[in-house]
Design a protein around this ligand. Structure first.
Ligand code: HEM
Length: 232
């Protein structure tokens, strides 16, 4: 596949997963006051330092469940001081926390983040980082432990809300892991997903996909060189 094919496929997956999520009906029901509690407790937990907090969560997860460290090629057999200097680990922990932060920001429009979580789950699949799905809850467990230890007012209500939210996040990762984790392509998925996938749909999707690629190519030609728009 070319780069364009990858970008177009990613865009189609995002659209497809958005519609699928909206139609599924399995939603995370949160009252506006719950959203406020989650947002405030997240802000106070990260305290402006995503990478530091993320790092602590990973260290706690490695301590609670040492086998989780094994899936990180670069962290295997290293101690926590060495890990702290690993730019790769810091990059990873910061990205993980950013994803959770994005979900917290979009609690009232989860359809905006679910497609991204499902794609991310796909990258954790057997063709990617190969993370066993049963490891996913361990990061949430570590995070809640640290939240509790760090704040006197982390009560049962907050524990429950964070368990619900984190479970929602990993459920989405798992959907993606199952769907995309072994690198099936989108057309195949659609064919398998619809009993009534016929030549007409195949033709329409080919047209739409070709249209998307054509727009990407126009953009590449116009803006793909290093010239700034103002100089053209
Ligand atoms: C909410 C939970 C999690 C989120 C949001 C998350 C997110 C991410 C992100 C953003 C990346 C960076 C690369 C990319 O964007 O594809 C990544 C990579 C990775 N994740 Fe996760 N992750 C989560 C949980 C876990 C857990 C529990 C494990 C293992 C126990 C894990 C193992 C890995 C590995 C091995 C990589 C590749 C790192 C590398 O080689 O650079 N992830 N994850």
């Amino acid at each position: 596949m070319t780069d364009f094919d990858h970008i177009a496929e990613s865009m189609l997956i995002q659209l497809w997963e958005r519609v699928r999520f909206i139609n599924e009906g399995t939603k995370l029901e949160l009252a506006p006051s719950d959203m406020i509690v989650l947002r405030l407790s997240w802000t106070s937990f990260v305290a402006g330092d995503l990478s530091n907090r993320g790092f602590e969560c990973f260290l706690r997860m490695f301590k609670n469940h040492p086998k989780t460290q094994e899936v990180f090629e670069f962290a295997r057999g290293t101690d926590s001081a060495q890990m702290q200097n690993s730019s790769r680990l810091l990059f990873h922990v910061t990205r993980v926390m950013k994803y959770i932060g994005k979900v917290v920001e979009n609690l009232d429009s989860l359809e905006d983040v679910v497609p991204m979580l499902r794609q991310l789950g796909g990258r954790h699949g057997t063709a990617g980082y190969n993370v066993p799905p049963e490891y996913f809850p361990f990061f949430g467990e570590a995070m809640r432990q640290l939240m509790k230890e760090g704040s006197k007012n982390f009560d049962d209500k907050k524990e429950k809300l964070w368990t619900e939210l984190y479970t929602f996040i990993i459920d989405q990762l798992k959907v993606g892991q199952k769907e995309y984790g072994s690198q099936k392509n989108l057309c195949l998925l659609m064919k398998e997903g619809f009993k009534n996938w016929d030549d007409k749909k195949e033709k329409l999707w080919t047209e739409l996909y070709t249209f998307i690629i054509d727009q990407l190519k126009v953009g590449q030609k116009e803006y793909g060189s290093t010239k700034k728009m103002a100089t053209t």
